[in-house]
Design a protein around this ligand. Sequence first.
Ligand code: FAS
Ligand code: PHB
Length: 394
Amino acid sequence: MKTQVVIIGAGPSGLLLGQLLNKQGIENIILERVTPEYVLGRIRAGVLEQGFADLMRKAGVGERMDREGEVHDGFEIAYNGKRVRINLNELTDGDTVIVYGQTEVTRDLMDARVKSGQYSVYEARNVQPHDLTEEHPYVTYEKDGETFRIDCDYIAGCDGFYGVSRKSIPAECLKEYERVYPGGWLGVLAETPPVNPELVYVCHDRGFALCSMRSKTRSRYYIQVGSADKVEQWSDEAFWDELKRRLPEELAAKLITGKSIEKSIAPMRSFVVEPMQYGKLFLLGDAAHIVPPTGAKGLNTAASDVYTLSSILEKVYGEGRSDLASKYSEICLRRVWDGERFSWWMSNMLHKFEDTSEFERKIYNSELEFFLNTESGRKVLAQQYVGLPYDAIE
Ligand code: FAS
Ligand code: PHB
């Protein structure tokens, strides 16, 4: 088999890239390790930046997002008995975010790919990139006991943090940067009406909490838990009781609880690998970087990588600009580190980590006071939350 771009991974990065390349007339094949149902079963992000939403529309898959997604022009931070609203619209001269679950984004992209007739292989085992520094690399994989080879021009590693792509690059060619936070987020999805029409991030002595949603009838809640916590130790009742202890009283009083339809613990990690490319292999999304979910940047930074690579490949194939291919990593990393810094900062400001000293805690409290109680502080927060514009590819 031969194609122009092999995409490893059918999460949001791989599917969105495949859709944009298809729109640009660039042939691509997606190889995914698990089934579509398994990919859709992972409950993850919920907030889309403007840039992400525009990319979905450009890819021709924004219709249901625009119909069912909720535009939010603000969110709240609750701390020390106070609730401060960050008015995104006002503070960013009109920017907002869309609340629309990653599961729905992935479903829309999967449906569009099937409709477009592009080739995808699910349950592809032992996917291996080869000859990455040659003119024509190739990828092998196994399916139903047979081994297949796909020759291509480029390989897009969209296979997440535990994928094969980053591991296919010689260790001496990479530098990894990492901060692993103690504990994680215990998340619950429930068919209950959200406790508040906008997201509420809670900084409490007992730990962080977040009230989010997927629709007017489906809520998503998180509480920070310790390193030793296991999801099976948390009954629904224990979760709701702890959430109520952390919420402002008026929210706790009107919280509607219910049976969890999904419950899981997401670890908290900051991670970046440099560079985000090697020969003809590009790393995108979680294959290249991870953020703690506090700033809602994971999925959104993945989208900016997809924008950058699809824009570069459009010029490579359309205008012969093969020189641009070597600029991918440098362009992506500017925005990646911006998202890393914001997510690290929001996480430290709003969480009580086991390894945070008392002095640091006082500093983060003072940061909270400054950024929430000054117009300039709220402006910075709002601009970071809605996301910086994508860099034009010249
Ligand atoms: P993904 O990990 O989503 O997709 C990678 C795909 O590659 C998977 O389908 C995998 O099966 C496949 N794959 C892996 N190895 C392979 C191989 N060898 N061969 C073929 N395929 C392979 N972000 C937020 O903004 N907010 C959140 O609340 C949030 N919560 C999260 C909770 C969890 C538990 C996790 C893990 C992440 C969370 N994130 C959140 C971040 C998340 O949304 C990611 O940023 C997003 O999934 C990135 O998408 P991809 O880069 O496509 O990676
Ligand atoms: C979510 O709805 O899952 C969500 C929203 C905002 C975040 C993290 C997760 O910062």
